[in-house]
Design a protein around this ligand. Sequence first.
Ligand code: PNS
Length: 169
Amino acid sequence: MANIALYPGTFDPLTYGHLDMITRASMLCSKLVVGVAENPGKNPLFSLEQRKNYVEVEINKLKSENKISKNVEVRAFKGLLTDFAKQVDASMLVRGLRAVSDFEYEFQMASANKRLHQNLETVFLTASEKQHFVASRLVKEIARYGGDVSSFVPEEIMTGLTTIFQHTK
Ligand code: PNS
């Protein structure tokens, strides 16, 4: 049986924490779909196209350096995650857990998704020691006030953040 996993997120923006998750998740399945959610409720800073593009560019870099398997595909989606999971034929949903504070939200989401799609199992990977506190929300806040985010996000994303926030200072 093809073992297709889906790693969904808003990726606003993609961080090194996400890339670490993607690399590790890709080793657990025959194909990993990285699902970039529209998520209008979160009022993302970057457009869906831009967020998807950043993820694609960084994954392609990792592929060309042979640091990630070739079985990773990036797709944007709108609407319910469980509908998208059915569309891509995923049987596993991968989410990262950084801290205990993530647990309640993740447990709720996993339970709701299970109710909506019985054949989809949520699997949690713990964030690596180096990346466990990295969150897109924090990265945006640091960038907004001109802080150095180079250890959190790839260079192109850092430039994107600087471009957006230079007008708000
Ligand atoms: O990176 P995030 O913001 O933690 O990811 C959240 C995401 C995109 C996984 C979640 O908001 C989601 O699944 N959005 C799609 C809409 C949906 O299905 N919502 C119900 C989830 S139980």
